[in-house]
Design a binder for this molecule. Structure first.
Ligand SMILES: [Zn+2]
Length: 117
């Protein structure tokens, strides 16, 4: 039995996850988006370990809102953001880890508008 969410719900500006082991994680949507693991956001390392990162469109407040989520392969969740971005597959193990121990955020590469609350 692997870790999987029983419930995954946006609450305010956070994604709340109730895990099947009884624990809960709360992840800020702004952090989640900045930690998007897709190749476009996180970059890809070549054989020499150099990080290649394509230019990104500036994030807007829509970039930090979730339209929907979809489970992928029993190990990850795909997050569809309001600005149309949906390439990131967030492994459950990562979400759990980030909830327990907030990660260092990647540097902002473009001027970012914080979401209006
Ligand atoms: Zn991405």
């Amino acid at each position: 039995m692997g870790l999987s969410p029983k419930l995954l719900q946006v609450v305010g500006d956070e994604l709340a996850i109730a895990w099947n082991d009884g624990s809960e994680s709360y992840l800020k949507l702004t952090d989640l988006r900045r930690l998007c693991p897709c190749a476009g956001c996180a970059g890809e390392r070549d054989l020499l370990g150099r990080l290649a990162k394509p230019p990104q469109a500036p994030l807007t407040s829509a970039s930090f809102q979730i339209s929907r989520t979809a489970p992928v392969g029993g190990y990850a969740v795909q997050i569809y953001w309001h600005d149309g971005h949906s390439d990131g597959l967030y492994p459950y193990a990562k979400l759990k880890e980030w909830g327990d121990d907030p990660p260092e955020l990647p540097p902002l590469s473009a001027p970012t508008l914080l979401p209006t609350v």
